[in-house]
Design a protein around this ligand. Sequence first.
Ligand SMILES: *Cc1c(COP(=O)(O)O)cnc(C)c1O
Length: 411
Amino acid sequence: MTERDYRAAFRTAVEQVRQEGRYRVFADLKRHCGAFPHATWTCDAGVEREVVVWCSNDYLGQGQNPIVLAAMQDAIATYGSGSGGTRNISGTNHLHVELEHELADLHGKDAALLFTSGYVSNEATLSSLYKILPGLIIFSDALNHASMIAGIRHGGGERRIFRHNDLEHLESLLKAAPADAPKLIAFESVYSMDGDISDLAGTVALAKRYGALTYLDEVHAVGMYGPRGAGVAARDGVMDQIDIVEGTLGKAFGVMGGYIAAASELVDAIRLYASGFIFTTSLPPALTAGALASVRWLKQHDEMRIRHQERAATLKRRFKEAGLPVMESSSHIVPVLVGDPVHCKLISDLLLADHGVYVQPINYPTVPRGTERLRFTPTPFHDDRMMDDLVRAMNGLWTRCNVKRMGGVAA
Ligand SMILES: *Cc1c(COP(=O)(O)O)cnc(C)c1O
């Protein structure tokens, strides 16, 4: 192929995405430290505009907590910028050791292991489990995150997909598998696109009955649910029955990085087998120190979790009162159904350009066709006035675009 042919192939690939309405334009933002959730948005023409961010995964505003920022600045002054290596070759900073102890304590486990992101922790751990447990069958929820799917596929072993949070289907698959085969059930606590919470007690009961390990992604729960922010498993009193819990330091903890926590033998094996842990530069001291400060601080600040839940409940109620079709959600996530990709994108564009409201449209393939939605993540810092502005803007656009309201009636 000539250079022209190669370039044409890339253009065709992009064109295909564009034709499916899936071409992505990133909102160019400057978040303002000390003024969360305000930001400046730079639009295509280079014009700047003040906006309120309504779709951040910095769920508790920890990315701007002065305690976290001070710890990060102090770590740079004390240890410099990078870690200087992989964990095995000169890159283990004392802060990594402290943070792993802190996370093990958070989840009531023997040990924890840090990764450079939540994605890497899922991919690296799940793929290496097949090497540690020959013949392993992984039972994976159909709506699991791309990073879990990548790990399971990369591992190359047996897998069974069960319908989302459908324990009868899961049980039928467990029953059909050889009784003596090693098994693992991989699932999440909070599913972030619908905002539903899975049946943890029911799942761990099945795991016990069929001799399976449990692997729980608590990425959208750590810092936010349960005593000390240990997650939904801690809230539901089943933490001791989850064998491997996985979390991120990049969402409610407001920094970056990922981890697993488990019994010491499990963590030690993953440490020695997981390529994505071994062959990469470890987290820099500043991120590690920031995450450490954030985890410690949130352990002691239940009032943030209470306010967070109150804000989410208030936004759901206010949308409902305005007749806007809030989707059923048992978590802090507030999805509003648009049900059409063109309107979903249009409403999001108009909210941003005309109302200073930034919420990213969620379209296929992230969610099924016909369920296109706007996904709001109110934080403890979204006050009543911001909600007034948001509800007014949404109401006007629902009328203008003639989108279905609650109960399926178009206005
Ligand atoms: C965001 C996300 C991850 C990845 O975490 P990062 O730290 O952002 O890499 C893993 N699982 C789920 C369910 C997520 O939503």
